[in-house]
Ligand binder design. Structure first.
Ligand SMILES: Nc1nc2c(ncn2[C@@H]2O[C@H](COP(=O)(O)O[C@H]3[C@@H](O)[C@H](n4cnc5c(=O)[nH]c(N)nc54)O[C@@H]3COP(=O)(O)O)[C@@H](O)[C@H]2O)c(=O)[nH]1
Length: 708
């Protein structure tokens, strides 16, 4: 239907019928309307006209939909809505409205408000429909609603406390469940009341400072604050704050997290890092820290302090024989005794094992007075720690050795002071244990000499500086060589020849004896095999004696090592005699006996070296499968001049006879000594009288010259 200026449609579309000239304007307005406008026949919905907006919105060019009904082109999502629209237009002259959905040609749904009005034209009744497309608006609203829901869900389900307060009044506007969990207050407890009415912030004066910071920096991040919950308990919270404008009112968006547990865990980790877990005493790290503070403090106040380094004598035996739980209990008792005997301001620390340190501070008086005070205290500690303790049905007595360094006299750094107290302790132990030693400058030299020796020893084996000497053992009846003792020699690159007494102990303490001891055994077996091959020794009547240190003997695979060595060098087992000392026996007698028996079954024999200088106990000697006793040279040396030593030698010979053991004297230098021994029926000996220890080549020459 063509639209002309006199068409009644002009009236109904709200445009005044003015003149024919308006026709063009109307057509323009109809087409340019921002809303969809559609003219249909009232009775059947036949499309008569539609504006351009209809065409573009619903994808129906006029040419395609003219002459078809709105139902035919599937415009209505719900066909009954057309009936509803028609009914509404019948009851009013005003445009009727209906919320409906129209479908575009490509099937998309458009939500909109439909305004309809019937038009009675000369050729019939028409329906003018204006469709205001709300699709985008609805979508935006739905998106907004979804985002609000998401925010609400995030707000309430957040594990953190989220709080919105007015910045200036401090009024609570909203709080989430996390806030209730953190503080114990529900939303209804606080909303519309102010932060000043509660003590949720332990120090409310901080609020002003935080607001100031937000003004300066725009936000506050991860600030650790103290809070108080409803029960009045202090909690540590991590707080972040952002400014927020709500309806023009400046507000604060606060997120807070309870980090009390984290702080506790941190504190625990910190404690563990600085304390010994068994005794809960400060450990080395904390001691060093306190020591450096003390050094500065004592210097400022012109006072003295002392560092007492304690070590329990033979503590290892307790662990080895009674087990670690008993050892732990001993350490706890020692801890309690130490703590009870020093002042609160002093520090008792455990460095590990059986090593304790007591740091005494603030000692007044002259150096002599302080030395006197410290020595008295050390003596009290020594006596107190030596008191017997009863554990697991055992009566135990543990004595300490104590080394002392004075602060600042013996060092100005924690490391120096500890080192010097340790040097003094070493000296205390060396002097027979259960002793107290104050550091002295001369000890430093001894300690650094020892350190140098230790370092040199570590390289000696690789540099080929060790060798073995062999000292013949002789049977006086026939003057036959019946054996030889292998003795270690060290040619030091700068100090020259060093006697074993100068380094064997260092090797034993540092553990180097294991590697060197192995080398000694191999070297001796190799030489023994060579001498046997050259028929210079009697395969059935010769003992190659090798000294075995306690640490070496205690190796778990010692038996296997010896067996392997003999096999490697092809030396008959019966030729090897191991010289052991009483030091081996005092630790774990049963284990020692078991190992000795294993070796004896292989054909190897044993001599007890330095006999008479140690325990010389008949009880263990009866149980030990030794073959011979070696009378220590100190008795032999003086036997002819000192009746006491003569008596001891006599007693040792008698003991050997009663236990059916062979006997050999060492260190025989004179004929007189030899005669004395022969008179006791002691026919085997070793000493300078016959020969000094000889190099392997020298010993071979000696053997060749004698023809056995
Ligand atoms: N674990 C090992 N210990 C070893 C080894 N080699 C030696 N040692 C021990 O070192 C100590 C000192 O030994 P050394 O300086 O070799 O002295 C030995 C002899 O030279 C010395 N001796 C021998 N006869 C006389 C003498 O007539 N007069 C005199 N003044 N000294 C003499 O005695 C030492 C032998 O002693 P002993 O071993 O007790 O039989 C010493 O304890 C060695 O054991 C080694 O390889 N491993």
């Amino acid at each position: 239907m063509p639209i002309t200026a006199d068409s009644p449609l002009f009236q109904l579309t709200g445009l005044a019928l003015t003149a024919k000239e308006s026709e063009k304007h109307f057509a323009t307005l109809f087409n340019l309307s921002p809303n969809v406008v559609l003219l249909t026949r009232f009775e059947d919905g036949l499309i008569c006209n539609a504006n351009r907006h209809f065409e573009t919105t619903f994808g129906w060019p006029m040419s395609d939909c003219m002459g078809r009904t709105t139902l035919e082109i599937g415009l209505w999502m719900a066909a009954q809505h057309r009936e509803m629209a028609l009914e509404k237009t019948l009851v009013t002259d005003e445009p009727a409205s209906l919320e409906t959905q129209w479908r575009s040609r490509d099937g998309r749904t458009h939500d909109g408000t439909l305004y309809t009005q019937q038009i009675d034209l000369s050729d019939g009744l028409y329906l003018l429909s204006t469709f205001i497309d709300n699709t985008e608006h609805i979508r935006a609203q739905q998106a907004l609603k979804a985002s609000e829901e998401k925010f609400a869900r995030a707000f309430h389900s957040s594990p953190d406390a989220i709080i919105i307060t007015e910045r200036d009044s401090g009024r609570y506007i909203e709080v989430n469940d996390g806030f209730s969990r953190l503080s114990g207050y529900s939303a209804s407890d606080v909303v519309n009341r102010t932060v000043f009415e509660f003590s949720i912030m332990a120090d409310i004066t901080q609020r002003t400072r935080l607001i100031q910071e937000i003004e300066e920096k725009g936000k506050v991040r991860n600030r650790e604050l103290l809070g108080r919950n409803k029960d009045g308990e202090l909690i540590t919270v991590d707080v972040s704050i952002d400014p927020l404008l709500l309806d023009g009112t400046p507000c604060l968006l606060i997120t807070a997290r309870d980090i009390s547990q984290l702080k506790n865990a941190q504190a625990q980790i910190q404690h563990l890092a600085y304390h010994d877990s068994l005794t809960n005493l400060p450990n080395r790290a904390l001691l060093m820290d306190r020591l450096s503070q003390q050094i500065a403090l004592l210097k400022r106040h012109n006072l003295r302090g002392a560092l007492l380094f304690l070590d329990l004598d033979h503590f290892k035996h307790i662990n080895d024989s009674l087990g670690h739980p008993v050892g732990d209990s001993v350490l706890k008792i020692i801890t309690a005794r130490l703590e009870a005997s020093v002042r609160l301001e002093d520090t008792v620390a455990r460095l590990g094992g059986d090593e304790f340190v007591v740091l005494i501070s603030g000692l007044e008086g002259s150096r002599e007075e302080v030395v006197d005070q410290v020595q008295r205290l050390a003596n009290t500690l020594r006596e107190l720690l030596s008191e017997p303790m009863f554990l697991d049905g055992h009566r135990l007595q543990v004595t300490p050795s104590i080394g002392i360094a004075l602060i600042p006299d013996h060092g100005s750094t924690p490391a120096d002071l500890l080192k010097r107290a340790d040097i003094a302790l070493y000296r205390a132990k060396d002097s027979g244990r259960n002793a107290i030693q104050m550091f002295h400058a001369t000890m430093q030299k001894a300690a650094s000499d020892r350190l140098r020796l230790e370092n040199d020893l570590r390289q000696a084996l690789a540099r080929g500086e060790f060798s073995l000497s062999y000292q013949p053992q002789v049977d006086t009846r026939g003057n036959r060589i019946v054996g030889a003792e292998a003795l270690l020699r060290w040619q030091h690159p700068s100090l020259g020849h060093l006697a074993p007494s100068q380094f064997i102990q260092v090797m034993e303490e540092s553990g180097m004896i294991l590697e060197v001891g192995n080398w000694i055994l191999e070297e001796a077996c190799k030489t023994g095999r060579e001498l046997l091959g050259k028929e210079l020794i009697d395969g059935n009547d010769f003992s190659l004696c090798v000294n075995i240190s306690p640490r070496q003997f205690r190796q778990s695979d010692f038996v296997e090592r010896v067996e392997r060595c003999l096999r490697t060098y092809g030396l008959p087992n019966r030729l090897l005699k191991l010289e052991i000392t009483e030091g081996i026996v005092i630790q774990n007698l049963d284990d020692t006996i078991a190992k000795m028996l294993q070796l004896k079954h292989l054909g190897i024999s044993f001599a007890m070296d330095d006999f008479g200088t140690g325990y010389s106990s008949l009880t263990y000697l009866k149980r030990l499968p030794v073959d011979a006793l070696k009378i220590d040279q100190s008795f032999v040396r003086d036997a002819t001049t000192d009746p006491n030593d003569a008596e001891i030698v006599r007693a040792i010979v008698a003991m050997a006879a009663s236990l059916n053991l062979a006997i050999i004297a060492e260190g025989v230098e004179t004929q007189e000594q030899l005669d004395f021994l022969a008179q006791l029926d002691c026919h085997f000996y070793q000493g300078f009288l016959f020969s000094e220890p000889l190099s392997a080549a020298g010993f071979e020459t000696l053997l060749r010259g004698r023809f056995l």
